[in-house]
Design a protein around this ligand. Structure first.
Ligand SMILES: [Zn+2]
Length: 80
């Protein structure tokens, strides 16, 4: 009787271990599908939001195009 209990317990344990391993594989597969999110930055000149990788970054300022960078620099440079 006692030996039967041990065999049943061992069988349940093995079943749980296999089940956990299968679940672990599924979780790993889900983790590899990472969501790509672009960080949006605002153009200092026209307040348009653009992805940071497409923005023109000048110091702490971001611009949507070289023209707006030049316009903004012109308006904010050495006006004294
Ligand atoms: Zn702009």
């Amino acid at each position: 009787m006692f030996r039967t209990l041990i065999i049943v317990a061992a069988a349940v344990l093995v079943f749980l271990i296999i089940k956990n391993r299968l679940n672990g594989k599924n979780l790993q597969r889900q983790n590899t599908q990472s969501t790509k999110t672009d960080i949006m930055v605002k153009c200092q000149c026209c307040d348009t939001y653009i992805p940071r990788k497409e923005a023109i970054i000048s110091g702490t300022n971001n611009f949507c195009c070289p023209q707006h960078e030049r316009d903004w620099e012109k308006d904010h440079s050495n006006s004294d």
